[in-house]
Design a protein around this ligand. Structure first.
Ligand SMILES: Cc1cc2nc3c(=O)[nH]c(=O)nc-3n(C[C@H](O)[C@H](O)[C@H](O)COP(=O)(O)OP(=O)(O)OC[C@H]3O[C@@H](n4cnc5c(N)ncnc54)[C@H](O)[C@@H]3O)c2cc1C
Length: 234
């Protein structure tokens, strides 16, 4: 069956950090029902061969009214994100979806370990909000990596979640010198939590340069590749 591409209206535009923006959009034709961790494909009227397809994860769980919350950073020179930064309330954007398998593991029999860098935290936010709403009470550890002090995404929300849910732990870290430093600092945090400890359910999201070395760490510690869920953004 051909995928349905439909128009959506931009309802709200909010800056979350100096370089990260949130759009709330509402599909006009059909409500998109999705699982936390999934994404939609925006069809943007830019580039040498429009439409330009760009994927964006949902930042909020499915809402009864069908609006979708998307959060993205502006990549300097990036065709899609530059276009999205120009959208205003009332504008229209085309999309299809939902897609993707970066969803909660089938059986939640181990601690969940979420590791996200920058906008790689967007699907984590959706997963956690849905879990707490559904009163799923397994232990969860979130390692949230920011590229700058000003760019720590959802910090207040994670702190509030940690206060309200004793099963949730939040470890933020800032790595201003790119992915290699982000990987190094994350591994320093991870090693005592993983080495010789009971297995967890790792879920990792961000750019390939961040995600791949971390997945390799887990497989080196005896995890099967399939036990490490990943989503790469580039
Ligand atoms: C499944 C999936 C879900 C995604 N969800 C989100 C999301 O929720 N929020 C979000 O901000 N992005 C998300 N992305 C990334 C998004 O789809 C775009 O790739 C990103 O916005 C850059 O697009 P662009 O057209 O602006 O850059 P392009 O014009 O495609 O690229 C410009 C330059 O930036 C590099 N680049 C491309 N993507 C990235 C990136 N993500 N980080 C750093 N450098 C990059 C390219 O290699 C190129 O050198 C997701 C990607 C996938 C595959």
């Amino acid at each position: 069956m051909a995928e349905l591409t439909q128009p959506a209206t931009v309802l709200a535009v909010t800056d979350l950090t100096p370089h990260v923006r949130q759009l709330v959009i509402k599909p006009k034709t059909t409500k998109i029902t999705f699982q936390p961790g999934q994404w939609v494909s925006l069809k943007l009227p830019v580039g040498p061969k429009p439409p330009l397809n760009r994927a964006y994860s949902m930042a909020d769980p499915s809402s009864p009214f069908g609006e979708l919350t998307l959060v993205f950073d502006h990549i300097p020179g990036g065709l899609g994100s530059t276009y999205l930064y120009k959208l205003r309330s009332g504008d229209e954007v085309f999309l299809s979806g939902p897609y993707g398998n970066f969803t909660l593991p089938q059986s939640l029999d181990r601690e969940l370990l979420l590791i996200g860098r920058y906008t790689g935290l967007v699907p984590m936010r959706c997963l956690l909000k849905q879990m707490f709403f559904s009163k799923i009470q397994i232990p969860v550890l979130l390692i949230a990596v920011a590229p700058d002090e000003d760019e720590v995404l959802f910090h207040q929300e994670w702190l509030t979640m940690a206060m309200q849910h004793p099963s949730f732990r939040y470890l933020p870290l800032v790595a201003p010198n790119g992915e290699p430093e982000a990987v190094e600092k994350t591994l320093a945090m991870l090693t005592p939590l993983i080495k010789g400890q009971p297995k967890v359910h790792p879920m990792i999201c961000g750019t390939k340069a961040f995600v791949r070395p971390l997945r390799a760490y887990f497989t080196g510690e005896g995890y099967d590749r399939k036990e490490v869920k990943v989503e790469t953004y580039d």
